[in-house]
Design a protein around this ligand. Structure first.
Ligand SMILES: CC(C)(COP(=O)(O)OP(=O)(O)OC[C@H]1O[C@@H](n2cnc3c(N)ncnc32)[C@H](O)[C@@H]1OP(=O)(O)O)[C@@H](O)C(=O)NCCC(=O)NCCS
Length: 177
């Protein structure tokens, strides 16, 4: 689907398809992981091409098995945003966990909200989860504001859990109301 950002630029949002390459994903993640100041995400190392290929193959397999849904936002051939929901394992398989990242130059233009809203609809339709949830570092104000706007609420906090930007931050669990 086409989506027009707040600055008028048009982007394309599609479910992960066979055209997307590991190199395109690696380029996208590399820019985010190398951001200064350090971003509030779990990953802090750029994967090798081999690691990225294995990662992408694994995601495609999960999608085929009905364990995952993934939306990718494109500007031409460049990946500018990703959002996914993964069914959890074993006794937690009734629940799905959401993740989202937008390339820095495309933030604050409505793309995160659009991706997340569409992803939730897709996840409900394809995964039928009992609980849709996510985790976010307490210092990640833009992400927490987005999640609250879309209908997530705090359910648990792991205090002073992970070190980002040289400081310990709490890990907040949020679920969709
Ligand atoms: C968090 C993130 C996904 C938000 O995406 P985005 O495209 O910038 O968000 P949007 O432009 O759609 O904004 C949606 C809402 O989020 C909130 N928001 C976005 N940027 C914000 C900021 N800098 N400060 C405060 N609130 C902000 C606002 O409530 C906004 O609603 P509004 O436009 O009606 O005011 C994006 O900043 C990002 O990818 N960050 C780096 C990776 C990351 O932190 N991922 C989440 C890990 S848990």
């Amino acid at each position: 689907m086409k989506f027009v950002l707040k600055n008028g630029e048009e982007v394309e949002i599609r479910e992960l398809d066979s055209k997307a390459t590991a190199k395109q994903f690696r380029d996208f993640f590399e820019k985010i992981v190398k951001e200064k100041p350090q971003p509030f995400i779990l990953v802090d190392k750029v994967p090798s091409m081999k690691e990225e290929e294995v990662w992408l193959k694994g995601k495609r397999e999960k999608i085929l098995k009905g364990e995952m849904v993934k939306l990718v936002a494109w500007r031409g051939k460049e990946i500018i945003g990703v959002c996914d929901a993964i069914r959890q394992r074993g006794v937690d398989r009734v629940n799905a966990m959401v993740g989202i990242s937008i390339a820095r130059q495309y933030r604050g233009k409505g793309l995160g909200k659009k991706l997340l809203v569409e992803l939730i609809k897709l996840a409900k339709r394809k995964l039928h989860p009992r609980i849709i949830y996510l985790t976010v570092f307490s210092g990640n104000k833009p992400a927490r504001a987005l999640y609250e706007k879309v209908g997530f609420q705090n359910v648990a906090t792991l205090p002073n859990w992970s070190k980002v930007r040289g400081k310990y931050w709490s890990h907040v669990y949020m679920r969709l109301k």
